[in-house]
Design a binder for this molecule. Structure first.
Ligand code: GRF
Length: 203
């Protein structure tokens, strides 16, 4: 933390394994993240990522669609809980749902996607499906993209990208490993740039 730019208050949304959250917490414990994870919300009660957050004593809650009239209602309740933790940035970390921004109150939301957007993004492009599409398209390069979140999957303004080679003998698994390793550097780097005021996200 520097006097000029105190740590950014970040909330994380996730659906699954929480590897992305785990990476942010590791950066944080090494003192390399200019952000504090102040709340973690999920849309699945059994997401391992929520267990990781609880183990780190971060306020955690699951917001299940089945308990709400609509996604908009669910997201409004989730936003209300998130606002109670006063985040300055919301970070999607393997959050597999559209997020209604109607109640975001001007808090910017970012996501990381495992391809070089605008290629291989959009509804249905997540996890291994992305890497399979990259291999089937015969790409020689892939990577990851951090982008603003808007009302359409993977379409918001691109903030930064990290490129990795696609090798002739790559499998979905080997490419996924290489891309995720790049994500583990890119996401904290972008969050740090926001925290330092080098990257300005209008609400
Ligand atoms: C990664 O593919 C990332 O690009 C996407 O979610 C995956 C990570 O999810 N946003 P998790 O952190 O393992 O749950």
């Amino acid at each position: 933390m520097s006097d000029e730019h105190p740590d950014l208050r970040v909330a994380v949304l996730l659906s699954g394994t929480g590897r992305t959250l785990q990476n942010l917490l590791e950066w944080s414990s090494r003192g390399e993240l200019r952000a504090e994870v102040v709340a973690v919300a999920g849309n699945r009660s059994r997401a391992r990522g929520l267990e990781i957050a609880r183990a780190a004593e971060i306020p955690t809650r699951a917001f299940l669609l089945s308990r709400h009239e609509s996604r908009r209602h669910r997201d409004a309740e989730m936003w209300s809980w998130l606002h109670s933790h006063d985040p300055q940035l919301v970070v999607l970390a393997g959050y597999l749902s559209l997020l209604d921004l109607g109640s975001c109150g001007g808090v910017p939301v970012i996501n990381i996607h495992p391809s070089l957007l605008p290629s291989h993004g959009g509804e249905g492009y997540y996890g291994d499906r992305v890497h399979r599409a990259v291999l089937e398209a015969g790409e020689t390069e892939s990577g990851c993209t951090v982008h603003r979140v808007d009302a359409v999957y993977d379409r918001g303004e691109i903030l930064d990208q990290e490129r990795v080679p696609v090798r002739a003998d790559d499998t979905v698994e080997s490419l996924a490993r290489r891309v995720f390793a790049a994500e583990c550097e890119l996401y904290p780097r972008v969050i740090n740039a926001v925290a330092r005021g080098e990257l300005r996200l209008r609400g």
